[in-house]
Write a protein of this length. Structure first.
Length: 333
């Protein structure tokens, strides 16, 4: 009997002290399991001769066993709930946290400039077309009325892929103007196109030269196109690109494929800056592509993307345009 008293006294404390389900299982087998004082007491019942005493003892054993089993059940519910909560806590995803934003790239300043210029002309009704970077001498020079003897044809100025017989000479185009001829050859007038693209010249890199840079060519051919149309169109472009108060002036120049030819300068940031070459399409170019120069007229222009980006952003060294330093690139997001 004193064993049962002892059990009845200390079982509640041991059950509460069990911190895990495993510990509680151990307490269970020690208190009501097969080798417990309860099991032993039950096995001793048969030795009690007096039936009244045997019944009383049996009831006493049962009461203690039921009380302990009930407490263990209650404790088990608490521990199980704790374990579920701990697992949920450990697994929890905080949906209110901001996401991890990957570092984002951006278009290069030259591409941004090209896109912006092309957009201005597209809004004026021009179509964007592109042409090959490897070009024949015919389209790069001959179709543009550039004579066989012209110095720009020399290897010192032009990067040739196949140099020799002018009929099948292949070179890296030195300007985007060959697309004037290519486009007119394949399309009937009217023509309103802009042609962005890479161009190549045999130049060493310095503050004002790159062997690879970008141009945006423009060509408008229709009935009755005048030099006034050229001036109005390019002045409008300058106002949209540099700001509504931008003034422009046209200075006589020479290109074999336009006549008359001019350079357009713009007054921006307190000084006059040369922006582009332009002129009225030379009749010889129309002849090369089978356009009737007695009824058609047109203007063409070509501008350097790097140059316009530099003027716009006040950059003075052309090499900034090919600087891969992330600190440079990040300034032009
Ligand atoms: N192709 C000329 C250049 O590269 C620019 C130009 C284009 C001039 C069209 C007149 C007309 O310098």
């Amino acid at each position: 009997m004193d064993k049962l008293d002892e059990l009845q006294n200390d079982a509640p404390g041991r059950i509460q002290a069990a911190a895990t389900l495993v510990e509680l299982d151990a307490v269970e087998s020690e208190t009501v399991g097969r080798k417990s004082p309860i099991a032993k007491a039950r096995r001793g019942l048969g030795a009690i001769e007096d039936s009244t005493e045997r019944a009383q003892t049996g009831k006493r054993i049962n009461d203690v066993a039921v009380a302990i089993t009930t407490q263990i059940g209650a404790r088990r519910s608490v521990l199980e709930a704790n374990e579920v909560n701990a697992a949920l806590e450990a697994d929890k995803v905080d949906v209110t946290l901001p996401g991890r934003v990957p570092a984002r790239g951006t278009h290069h300043i030259v591409q941004q400039t090209i896109d912006e210029i092309v957009d201005i002309f597209v809004a004026l009704g021009y179509e964007m077309v592109q042409g090959p970077e490897a070009e024949t001498s015919f389209y790069n020079f001959t179709a543009l009325n550039i004579p066989e003897t012209h110095p720009s044809r020399h290897e010192s100025d032009t990067l040739y892929l196949n140099y020799g017989d002018s009929a099948d000479e292949v070179l890296l185009r030195t300007h985007t103007s060959p697309m004037q001829a290519r486009h007119m050859e394949k399309n009937d007038p009217p023509v309103y196109i802009v042609v962005p693209g890479k161009v190549f010249r045999s130049d060493a890199i310095d503050a004002t030269h790159l062997p690879v840079f970008h141009q945006i060519e423009g060509l408008a051919v229709d009935n009755n196109i005048t030099f006034g149309d050229l001036k109005g169109t390019l002045a409008e472009f300058a106002r949209q690109f540099f700001g509504p108060d931008t003034r422009v002036k046209f200075i006589p120049h020479y290109f074999p494929f336009t006549e008359p030819s001019a350079e357009m300068h713009a007054y921006t940031k307190g000084r006059w800056i040369e922006l582009l070459g332009c002129g009225m399409v030379h009749p010889a170019v129309f002849e090369h592509v089978g356009y009737d120069s007695s009824v058609l007229s047109g203007f063409a222009f070509g501008m350097g993307a790097e140059r316009l980006a530099m003027v716009r952003h006040g950059i003075t060294d052309l090499r900034t345009m090919i600087d891969p330093d992330i600190r440079t690139l990040e300034q032009f997001r």
